[in-house]
Design a protein around this ligand. Structure first.
Ligand code: ZN
Length: 72
């Protein structure tokens, strides 16, 4: 009886998840082009793998924070 409704909800959730992952993907792409650097382009500090995997990044956390603040 309620299978069509349940199916519809699943479809909506699935679409939302797709949109969310697409949005995350686009955000990542717009932030940096290409793959993460293994070392910070600013200070040469090695970027932790966990950070590189989380977002494609060129800078260590300290330099990233500094650059974001100075760009505003
Ligand atoms: Zn750095």
């Amino acid at each position: 009886m309620s299978t069509s409704w349940a199916g519809g909800t699943d479809a909506i959730i699935e679409r939302m998840e797709q949109m969310t992952s697409l949005f995350v993907e686009e955000t990542r792409k717009s932030m940096y082009k290409g793959a993460s650097a293994t070392h910070c382009e600013e200070c040469g500090e090695e970027i932790p793998e966990s950070r590189r995997l989380a977002i494609p990044c060129k800078y260590c956390l300290a330099c990233q924070t500094k650059l974001e603040k100075s760009s505003k």
